[in-house]
Design a protein around this ligand. Sequence first.
Ligand code: PNS
Length: 158
Amino acid sequence: MTKAIYPGSFDPVTKGHLDIIIRASKIMDHVTVSVLENPRKVATFGIEERVEMLELVTKPYSNVEVDYYKGLLIDYAQNNNVKIIIKGLRAMSDFEFEFQMALVNQKLNPAIETLFMMTNNKYSYLSSSIVKEIAGLGGDISSLVPPEVYDIIIRKYQ
Ligand code: PNS
């Protein structure tokens, strides 16, 4: 059984994340979408809120599960006996940092592989930060986030 973890801060989940989740669920037997803390970012949404949003958008996909973990990604993968980490790549600007993280994780545990999936072209500009900036300034985010989480995000900025 091919099991993978798709980790991220998902602060909040976007249509770009969901596209990767759906595509990963088609090539893996099981995908765990896991909310992890990014020490480089201060989160806007709490872990419970991020998990709730991911659960809403992944409901139709029976081989997708949502979880969270406070700690190192590589420890989380090892504890759950998962050998594949999936990461999305949007642009060359993502590459340098993702490459570094993949190499560090490989150093920490060479048995765990990082697989990169290219973004769907139509979401290459999209990020959680962009969604939050637009929402915070009263713009329309309806085409950027899955409809199930639109109200939850908007409520945060009212
Ligand atoms: O969606 P993001 O913010 O790009 O996700 C980054 C994330 C959460 C996957 C990354 O920061 C992470 O793996 N955090 C857990 C802590 C960890 O393992 N750090 C070492 C990676 S080199």
